[in-house]
Design a protein around this ligand. Structure first.
Ligand code: GCO
Ligand code: MG
Length: 403
């Protein structure tokens, strides 16, 4: 079997997605996702100009060798654009391999380790009572794990908290960069009040999560972790900007609050200190941003040695193909923790045909061959690329800060 053609499909059914279709000389094809939110066309060029021509004629079943060929062979290793391009090809090759084996992908990754994949969704709101109502409503929809974010009084709504930044409504990305305002001292006292109210409202059977989105310093994060301990969060996510892995040592010294990080990581080398020193509890890499099925499997297997669990990043800015790949890895590995799943818009589900399914707080892999996601190319063509950017953030004095 040989790779005959590699198509790179860019479409925007509500938001931009970069999709790869690897077609073999025997007619079997595979689908992969290479979407990097706000930087999509960089991956398109990487795939079209620098990868596709080098893979024609290669054996698509050599998934490990092709991964290493693209990783080691580029010389310029790692980075989000390179790793997303490798991921797109890798996901498509695993899709092909599973179709050739006539099995759902999880069978090739070790077989089933669990019956269902627990997910969490997001609730945001302009004040604590609005968030509480949202969490109660989600609980009624069957969710066993819910992430809660609240707007900060005196500041305009920021990421994840209000209608202007509501991902589910697709409002977070804009045709041009918008600027948000951040003030740590206004945020810190508010979050424990939110979770006190939530525990009163929904009790202790439900997992509650919170995303700091890389906004604190280590000692601030340590303080927040301590203040949240009475409410026993499932995790505190991205408490600090994670380039400096050593920052987590300070947080860990001060709090027993479980910690999660990893959505912007793209290789196992971003995680070595964090995992080997057991500074985190959940590693949140995802198939598209960390080198595909091959990439995240390497990271999760490494994490399993150190009691760190998986938690694939999964908002709607990665395509259903990534979600399909994630669900199969989630199903197969032993050290699964949780899967983020915000769901997709109707337009996205129309373009991407999914055999995997969601039901009341849990995801179930397809039993059909492959990772269970396909693309309707004709329909995709009706949703052309539309320039879109994530916001940036400034402190109240106007200086740039982490978004
Ligand atoms: C999450 C993330 C996302 C990111 C987004 C950026 O936890 O789901 O923080 O919402 O902000 O993926 O493109
Ligand atoms: Mg996050």
């Amino acid at each position: 079997m040989k790779i005959k053609e590699i198509k790179v499909i860019v479409c925007s059914p509500g938001r931009n997605f970069v999709t790869v279709k690897v077609i073999t000389d025997e007619g079997v094809y595979g689908i992969g996702d290479g979407t990097v939110n706000g930087r999509e066309l960089a991956v398109v060029s990487y795939l079209k100009d620098h990868i596709a021509p080098t893979l024609i004629g290669k054996d698509p079943l050599r998934t490990e060798d092709i991964w290493q060929y693209l990783y080691k062979g580029a010389y310029w290793r790692r980075g989000p654009i390179t790793m997303a391009a490798i991921a797109a090809i890798d996901m498509a090759l695993w899709d092909i391999k599973a179709k050739v084996a006539n099995m759902p992908l999880y069978q090739l990754l070790g077989g089933r380790s669990r019956d269902k994949v627990m997910i969490y969704k997001h609730v945001g709101g302009l004040d604590i009572s609005e968030v509480t109502e949202g969490v109660i409503a989600m609980r009624e929809q069957g969710l066993d794990a819910i992430r809660a974010q609240v707007s900060i009084p005196g500041l305009p709504p920021i990421y994840g908290t209000g209608p202007s930044t509501d991902q589910a409504a697709g409002g977070m990305i804009k045709p041009m960069v918008t600027e948000e305002v951040w003030a740590t001292h206004k945020y810190m006292p508010l979050v424990p009040k939110l979770f006190e109210k939530l525990r009163d409202a929904v009790g202790w059977d439900v997992h509650l999560l919170h995303d700091v989105h890389h906004r604190l310093t280590p000692i601030e994060a340590a303080r927040l972790g301590k203040d949240l301990e009475p409410y026993r969060l499932f995790w505190l996510e991205d408490a600090v900007p994670a380039e400096l892995q050593e920052g987590f040592r300070i947080i860990r010294q001060h709090t027993t609050q479980p910690l999660a990080v990893g959505e912007i990581f793209n290789s196992v080398y971003d995680t070595t200190t964090l995992i080997q020193e057991q500074l985190i509890d959940y590693i949140r890499v995802t198939a598209v941003h960390a080198g595909g099925v091959t990439g995240i499997k390497k990271i999760f297997d490494f994490a399993s040695i150190y009691h760190v669990k998986s938690a694939c990043h999964g908002p709607m800015d990665m395509s259903p193909a990534t979600m399909g790949a994630n669900i199969h890895v989630d199903t197969a590995i032993n050290n699964f923790g949780i899967q983020e799943f915000t769901g997709y818009t109707k337009e996205t589900y129309d373009v991407f045909k999914c055999d995997w399914r969601y039901d009341r707080g849990y995801l179930y892999p397809n039993e059909t061959p492959g990772h269970g996601t396909d693309i309707d190319e004709d329909l995709a063509a009706k949703y052309p690329y539309a320039a879109a950017y994530l916001p940036v953030a400034r402190l109240e004095d106007g200086s740039m800060t982490s978004w």
